[in-house]
Design a protein around this ligand. Structure first.
Ligand SMILES: Cc1ncc(C[n+]2csc(CCOP(=O)(O)OP(=O)(O)O)c2C)c(N)n1
Length: 798
């Protein structure tokens, strides 16, 4: 048996953990510091200085032990209990913890989320200020947390899968930044109750099939808020429930470990063993960390005495990991009780000092803004009439008396002061100017970076029109896409496509025909049926320098991934204040074909859920191919919906496939006209074209416009210009009434201010409220058809 130089034996099975007494004492200090931070954090919320708090108490010792295995180049996709892990790995600091708690918007103090997310929602920064990818191999990396429990799972798969890909991928210019031969491990954390989510099972299955270096740690404290594990998990134990996933001799699967959350030496041993195997063999590992406690209860929103029995509360006290570690250190002669008391006292004092400093740092800039306003407001020279002077003074006094103002207090005071000022007050311009400047600063603090705003913005991609040979060649739509992809895979050595059936058979519509054979299974890859984690896989890979097209086989099945797209991908850049990006392209096919679930076009739902992504709705495959080319040149995530009934239609084949681009947010006038403006997109364009032809024979001139992208929507206001000419507007699509047509109407009337050009009320022509029926004429009776469009135009003109 081996002993460390502190005299402690840490040997078990194959793993020896040499820990010095100093290191163990440091761990003890950090555990106590983190605990005290949780205690103070809760107090700060209850005293009103912060709005909400969720903490990692009871998980300290296990997280310190796990952190020992987390190396430079590794990745985390975790949740809100991980503060000690973040401190121990150096990915966050106690100062940043408090900055997060107060919602400090300064990224130098709160680099994880700049006040846009709860406390304990961590993120390291992957991009520099200019938007360039920073090397990830020489730092520790945490992808940005979200609050939906289990929502971290899909992305985790991609972070791990990227390591597998990097072991196979040929060199590309920046490859060195992202991987060292795929040795990086992706660490996931989750609470025991959240393992009930489908995302957890989907990802564990996929990881076990794919054999990726993924370390999943379940912090099991027996409850999901108040609901006990017995109600959450079969057999009350996630490691028991996952037994069938366990890797056996000659099978795939995962390694499963169980370890108690208060047993420091055992945690160190078990984590070291599991992570080492995961890193070397690329086999996923699950650590089920049991007997954890949660001394303060779930969050600041409630108290655990309401749902834990007195026996359980007493058990938790006895099994507090800090206490257990202390007992073990004394029993093992690593430190005396007096020494440990001293360490504990120092941790408590340090936590308080850190909190005080963080609070001042958070508050001082706001006080400075308050003082700026007071100075301007007090300089008022005129006496306003009536009650206004009194109102003005009272606003001023209230603001002056507010010693810990929030930004909204200051801005709201300024707005109210302005309203109380008489119009001819000579000080008004100065106050207005100050307020304007503040509004811009706050727009940046709270609203910036929903989309990429730097040189890599997809909106800045140079427009390269498609070139057609003198003798035009017709090709099937699916061939145009396939050949475009072919050029793209040759052009981008880091381009990967994933999806159901896209590999071996080249896709259900043959748009990847022959490409797997040409570029390899690792580049064009079949996946199992798991839309949420196909998207998540793409997100994680895109965070690690790969360009990914994640295919959802049909638009109707995008709903399975909508949570991940909406909560994770679409918010990523915004919620990290441009610290992280995942330039993922999600590809799917939709609109009318046949049957309820191959004809959907729920575009309103999609564009409302996906602000932060671009949504392209091409009318044919030439346009679709151009959108792939555009998005690949930028850093924004996008969704491309290929028109499902267009693969077997012929189009003119551009000779610069893979290189031409289609600009985002620029509608195309398909048919110019003077009498009426007809706006649509996707598969409806062809229906509208037929109607326009018929109307032409009746002497009616319709201007038909294809919006091309719903997000962004008509940046140059081409539609308003058309309405100015025609005075009439019809919007047509296949969505439900009040779906995407309502969005378009809001954009055209309100944003583009086209309402005052209208000579008649605008009209929307949409699909029915019910789903498209299957019967061979179900489409005709469920979606707008040529007759409907013709009649709508005639009706408006009469
Ligand atoms: C998808 C989703 N459902 C519900 C919630 C509300 N909620 C927040 S935490 C939580 C309990 C989670 O328990 P567990 O996974 O065991 O983690 P713990 O908080 O105990 O560490 C619930 C239900 C949520 N955030 N996300």
């Amino acid at each position: 048996m081996m002993t460390t130089h502190s005299g402690v034996s840490l040997e078990k099975k194959a793993v020896n953990i040499p820990l010095s007494a100093d290191e163990i004492k440091q761990d003890f200090y950090l555990a106590h510091l983190s605990r005290e931070i949780s205690v103070i954090g809760r107090r700060e919320v209850l005293s009103g200085r912060a709005s909400f708090g969720i903490f990692g108490e009871g998980k300290e010792v296990a997280q310190i032990a796990l952190a020992k295995t987390f190396k430079e180049g590794d990745w985390r996709s975790g949740y809100y209990r991980d503060q000690t892990f973040m401190f121990a790995t150096g990915m966050s600091t106690p100062e940043e913890f408090f900055a997060m708690l107060y919602g400090d918007t300064d990224i130098t103090r709160n680099p994880g989320n700049a006040g846009r997310n709860f406390n304990n929602h961590f993120a390291t920064r992957f991009l520099d200020e200019a938007g360039n990818w920073l090397p990830s191999v020489n730092v520790r990396n945490s992808s940005a947390d979200i609050s939906p429990t289990g929502g971290q799972m899909p992305r985790l798969l991609g972070l791990a899968y990227a390591s597998k890909i990097y072991r196979k991928l040929e060199d590309f210019a920046d490859k060195w930044k992202f991987s060292r031969n795929g040795d990086e491990v992706a660490f996931g954390t989750i609470g025991d109750a959240s393992t009930s989510e489908g995302h957890f099972w989907e990802v564990m299955n996929a990881a076990a099939v794919l054999q990726v270096p993924l370390v999943m740690t379940v912090w099991d404290d027996g409850y999901g808020i108040s609901v006990p594990t017995s109600i959450q998990t079969v057999k009350g134990s996630i490691s028991e429930a996952l037994k069938g996933f366990e890797k056996q001799e000659g099978t795939n699967g995962i390694y499963i470990y169980q370890v108690k959350g208060w047993d420091y030496p055992e945690l160190c041993r078990v984590f070291a063993d599991g992570v080492e195997r995961c890193r070397k063999e690329h086999v996923p590992v699950l650590f089920h960390v049991t007997e954890m406690t949660q001394p303060q209860g779930h969050s600041t929103s409630g108290s655990h005495e309401r749902y834990k029995s007195t026996e359980r509360l007493a058990w938790e006290q006895k099994h507090d990991p800090l206490l257990k570690m202390r007992e073990w250190m004394i029993a093992s002669n690593i430190a005396t009780a007096e020494e440990l008391d001293e360490i504990q006292s120092k941790a408590i004092a340090d936590a308080l000092a850190i909190k005080n400093k963080a609070y001042r740092s958070y508050l001082n800039p706001i006080i400075a803004e308050k003082n700026e306003l007071l100075q301007i407001a007090k300089a008022k020279t005129c006496q306003c009439k009536g009650d206004n002077e009194q109102i003005y003074r009272s606003i001023l006094n209230d603001l002056q008396a507010n010693e810990s103002p929030e930004r909204k207090d200051v801005v709201s005071a300024a707005r109210r002061l302005l309203r109380a000022m008489c119009n001819d007050c000579p000080n008004m311009p100065q106050l207005k100017q100050w307020l304007y400047k503040q509004q811009l600063r706050n727009l940046d603090r709270y609203g910036s970076h929903l989309y990429c705003e730097n040189q890599y913005a997809a909106l800045n991609v140079e427009v390269v029109p498609p070139v057609f040979p003198e003798l035009p060649v017709l090709a099937y739509g699916r061939e145009i896409l396939r050949d475009n992809f072919d050029v793209l895979f040759a052009q981008y050595p880091n381009l990967i496509a994933l999806g159901e059936d896209i590999g071996k058979i080249g896709g259900v519509n043959q748009t990847y025909e022959g490409l797997q054979q040409k570029y390899g299974e690792h580049r064009i890859t079949d996946t199992s049926i798991r839309e949420a984690s196909i998207v998540g896989q793409g997100i994680g890979m895109a965070m690690r320098g790969l360009r990914v097209i994640a295919e959802i086989q049909y638009l109707d099945y995008l709903l399975f991934s909508l949570q991940t797209l909406s909560d994770d991908l679409a918010t990523l850049r915004w919620r990290t204040y441009a610290g992280q990006a995942a330039p993922l392209i999600v590809s799917t096919r939709g609109h009318r074909l046949v049957g309820v679930w191959h004809s959907g076009s729920p575009m309103g739902m999609i564009i409302h859920a996906l602000r932060g992504m671009y949504v392209c709705v091409p009318r044919n495959m030439t346009q679709a191919a151009g959108f792939y080319n555009t998005l690949l040149k930028g850093q924004d995530p996008g969704l491309i919906i290929e028109p499902l009934n267009g693969y077997r239609l012929k189009e003119y084949r551009p000779s610069n496939l893979g290189y031409y681009t289609v600009p985002l947010g620029v509608p195309e006038i398909i048919v110019p006209g003077n009498d009426i403006t007809l706006v649509t997109y996707g598969s409806m364009v062809r229906i509208a074209q037929e109607a326009v032809e018929q109307l032409k024979t009746m002497g009616i001139s319709v201007e038909l416009i294809d919006v091309q992208t719903l997000l962004p929507f008509d940046i140059p206001h081409i539609i308003a210009a058309s309405v100015k000419k025609t005075g009439r507007l019809i919007l047509a699509d296949e969505d439900v009434p009040g779906g995407a047509t309502a969005f378009m109407l809001q954009q055209i009337l309100e944003v583009q201010k086209a309402w005052h050009y209208l000579r008649q009320p605008p009209k929307t022509l949409t699909g029915a409220e019910h789903r498209p029926a299957y019967a061979s004429d179900g489409d005709y009776f469920s979606k707008p058809n040529t007759d409907d469009v013709v009649e709508a135009v005639l009706e408006m003109l009469q």
